[in-house]
Ligand binder design. Structure first.
Ligand SMILES: [Zn+2]
Length: 114
């Protein structure tokens, strides 16, 4: 039996920072599966006293964006945080020089359109 890998999972390695759109949470990748990642999410819990719980969660590849690579081409070289979106997407030096309109078409970007 062959498990098909989600295209987004190609670029994700353990330790990458990912953002979950439905949960609106950031987390670090702990384990990589063909179509999902296992992350550990810090949850602040109030049970008589304040406590930080690190709860493992499985996030589907469809729901996440890898923040450790360039959001346009997936490169890890010279990536910097792109400001102005509220989410710390990273962009490589090559894509920073490319006008925004040209990035999506030339790299086949298929993420959420916002
Ligand atoms: Zn790039």
């Amino acid at each position: 039996m062959k498990i098909r890998q989600h295209p987004r999972m190609r670029d994700i390695i353990i330790g990458d920072e990912v953002y979950s759109f439905p949960q609106q949470l950031f987390a670090c990748v702990e384990e990589v599966f063909p179509a999902a990642v296992c992350v550990r999410v810090g949850i602040l819990s109030v049970n008589g006293h304040l406590e930080m719980i690190h709860s493992p969660q499985l996030w589907r590849a469809d729901d996440i964006e890898n923040l450790s690579v360039c959001r346009y081409c997936g490169s890890r070289d010279n990536v910097q945080v792109e400001h102005g979106t509220g989410i710390p997407f990273r962009v490589c030096s090559h894509c920073r020089r490319t006008p925004v309109e040209d990035r999506r078409s030339s790299h086949g970007y298929d993420g959420p359109d916002w």
